[in-house]
Design a protein around this ligand. Structure first.
Ligand SMILES: [Zn+2]
Length: 289
């Protein structure tokens, strides 16, 4: 069976919890039916405060409650803590031991992180290592970033990095990339793309934000839609999830407590209620329990 391609969205709350006139309010012929047929999961995990990338992504990657783990041993006897954006020592130890790329590789499976990392990324990491949960987990598994011989995907998905985030690639380009990813999947077990531009755009949110922000947000989802349509058209098995809300509400700058999508094609989603349980479901796809 071909690999599962995991589109790990950053900061994308479920459309059911988005305010009116959000980025979701548009025609997304591949993405929206997939999301609507999937689940909306709790990412707050019963802990006060706003969900963060470090703990949220660790929950997905391990199927364990990283938020509870962060609260342990704290001075205030607190029951859980949202932590991020990058994993610190506690979460790093968890990811080294229990993240999906590590466990899958240990079991003889083939996993790859397909993000394209530019030279500047490696230079910045050399000065001050601050890997996000996804690159950290793949490195912990002994796997390279920018894996040779595999297609790489920019998490910008064909948008410029800076305001007004204009399109640098066509939807057809993205569709073709999606098709090529689905073909690559025939020789692997798990392919992951860590898609963080949504969170960056979400943090630009504010009351009366410039209209270019909403336009760019909608563009990002259309590009994601095109990538997905290429994958699905070529028979790819795909899962879409997100670590917390943010991007679905561009009226505010911060993360949100919105539920997050868990959706897929060619995979059994089961009945998880939160992102920890969803992480466990995903591990189960590879016989890891
Ligand atoms: Zn995040």
């Amino acid at each position: 069976m071909s690999a599962v391609i995991w589109l790990a969205l950053d900061g994308v709350g479920h459309p059911a919890d988005a305010p009116p006139d959000s980025v979701w309010e548009q025609d997304l012929p591949a993405l929206r039916p997939l999301i609507d047929a999937g689940l909306a999961l709790d990412a707050a995990l019963g802990v006060p405060g706003l969900p963060q990338s470090g703990t949220g992504q660790s929950c997905w990657l391990t199927g364990l409650d990283a938020v509870q783990l962060m609260g342990k041993g704290g001075a205030g006897q607190q029951a859980g803590e949202h932590f991020g954006p990058h994993p610190g020592p506690t979460l790093q130890a968890l990811l080294r031991e229990a993240s999906l790329p590590v466990r899958l590789t240990r079991a003889g499976g083939a996993a790859a992180l397909l993000n394209f990392y530019p030279p500047g990324y490696f230079a910045a990491q050399a000065r001050r290592p601050r890997y996000g949960c996804f690159p950290f987990s793949f490195l912990a598994a002994g796997l390279p970033l920018n894996p040779p011989g595999l297609p790489s995907v920019s998490p910008l998905l064909g948008l410029h990095h800076d305001f007004p985030w204009a399109a640098a690639q066509s939807l057809d380009d993205l569709r073709r990339t999606g098709e090529s990813l689905a073909r690559t999947a025939e020789n692997a077990d798990l392919l992951v793309i860590d898609l963080w531009l949504s969170d960056l755009l979400g943090h630009q949110g504010r009351p009366a934000a410039p209209p270019e922000l909403l336009t760019a947000g909608k563009r990002y989802l259309r590009h994601l839609d095109a990538l997905l349509s290429g994958m699905l058209g070529a028979g790819g098995r795909v899962v879409v999830g997100s670590d917390h809300g943010n991007f679905e509400n561009l009226n505010i700058k911060a993360h949100t407590t919105a539920r997050v999508p868990f959706a897929g094609s060619g995979v059994a989603l089961g009945q998880p209620g939160n992102i920890v349980e969803a992480g466990a479901v995903m591990a189960g796809w590879f016989g890891l329990t």
